[in-house]
Design a protein around this ligand. Structure first.
Ligand code: GDP
Ligand code: MN
Length: 378
């Protein structure tokens, strides 16, 4: 679960990480008020759960309260990467003399937390990683030992941080580490962490991702979930109990089981196609769940073909077929739907599909091959 910048900054304050003065607002009028209180020189920041807001005009620096109100009006009517802006953070503007990147994240390769820092802050870290990977310092943290003092010094030296900031920098990294551990985060990121013209270290931006599997231990954090700020289909999917993740391709996928869903996407990729989504309907899915899933896939205008891959065990193929027919009869989709059904009650399932325009396939490779062809107009 991603937290908004303003929510992340509240946690930062609780853990002693310094942030600029600021407040959240829902309207341009409120922004003017806050701007007046903060002295007129403020940064207006769109609160949406995607990165790179700066580049698309979602972060603006105002020189007066008039300008703050004007920028707030503009930003509050924006959509950033498909997400409408409903709130803006109004922060006191600071003069920056240096920008750094700092984060602690789960590293799947080492299966340990990794501390990353860079003197190339402010820009997207993915760009730095691609163009100048040597500018990113990475240090693995032993989860049992925690952060060690020598690691802090090592990082400070490698990002060329002036010695006068080491103490403060150490406290900030320790704060980040505490947030990461105590909130069960998978990412705590400050980009940029700045040295201001008046020689203070400040976290100008904040990004926290919490581990969904640990949220039950943090009821107060779970409440921070902003239901209408996450992207639509993921929430809809969660509401009827399936895991849906939108992707960029044009082949919709409906699969039972997360592993099989990933294998299905891999095969599509191998055959030259691209999946439009990940969708795991889970074990023992009912006809209703299948129908709701199919409707969800069909909402994506990019989808040019749908691949249904069900390996029936607990899941019964006839139930799946019933759900498909329900949604099919209701939506009457014009795009090709390729179905591979094997396992429990598969014959009954395939019989139910007869007479429709759904295309049955015997194997996954055959199904994926047809799906890729159809998606590209073959
Ligand atoms: P992001 O683009 O979504 O990552 O949003 P950020 O909060 O990181 O803001 C983007 C950039 O705006 C930062 O890297 C800074 O360079 C700049 N910025 C943000 N706040 C201030 C500020 O108070 N003063 C100045 N001068 N620049 C700022
Ligand atoms: Mn940023």
């Amino acid at each position: 679960m991603k937290l908004h910048e303003y929510q992340s900054k509240i946690l930062f304050t609780m853990y002693g990480i310094p942030i600029p003065n600021g407040r959240i607002a829902n309207s341009a009028k409120e922004v003017r008020q806050i701007s007046d209180e903060l002295g007129g020189k403020v940064v207006i920041k769109a609160q949406v759960l995607v990165g790179g807001r700066g580049k698309v005009g979602g972060v603006r620096i105002a020189k007066s309260s008039d300008e703050a109100e004007e920028f707030a009006n503009q930003i509050l009517s924006m959509e950033i990467k498909g997400l409408p802006v409903r709130k803006v953070l109004v922060d006191e503007a600071v003069s920056i003399s240096q920008e750094f990147y700092l984060s602690i994240a789960n590293d799947r390769n080492t299966q340990k937390p990794v501390l990353m820092a860079s003197s190339s802050g402010g820009v997207e870290v993915e760009d730095v990683a691609l163009k100048t990977p040597e500018r990113i310092i990475k240090r693995t943290i032993d989860p049992l030992l925690g952060l060690r003092d020598y690691q802090l010094r090592d990082v400070a030296i490698n990002i060329d941080l002036d010695r006068m900031y080491w103490q403060e920098f150490g406290e900030i990294i320790n704060g980040v580490w505490k947030v990461y551990v105590e909130c069960d985060a998978t990412l705590v990121e400050i980009n940029p962490l700045v040295i201001t013209a008046d020689k203070r270290l400040l976290a100008l931006d904040a990004k926290i991702i919490l581990d969904d599997n640990a949220l039950f231990r943090h009821p107060s954090l779970a409440e921070l979930r902003d239901k209408d700020a996450e992207s639509g289909p993921e929430i809809k999917g969660r509401a009827f109990g399936v895991t849906f993740i939108k992707m960029e391709g044009n082949i919709g996928c409906l699969v039972n089981g997360a592993g099989l869903a990933m294998a299905t996407m891999d095969i599509i990729k191998t055959l030259g196609g691209d999946a439009a989504n990940f969708l795991d309907i889970g074990g023992g899915a009912t006809a209703e769940k299948v129908a709701a899933s199919l409707r969800l896939i069909l909402e994506d205008q990019n989808v040019k073909a749908i691949l249904i891959n069900v390996f029936g065990g607990i899941t019964r193929c006839d139930e799946v077929a019933k759900g498909l027919m329900t949604a099919y009869n209701e939506v009457k989709p014009e795009i090709p739907i390729i179905v591979r059904l094997v396992g429990t009650n598969d014959e009954e399932g395939l019989r139910l599909l007869r007479g429709s325009s759904l295309i049955p396939a015997e194997t996954l490779v055959e199904a994926a091959t047809i799906a890729v062809q159809k998606a590209y107009g073959g």
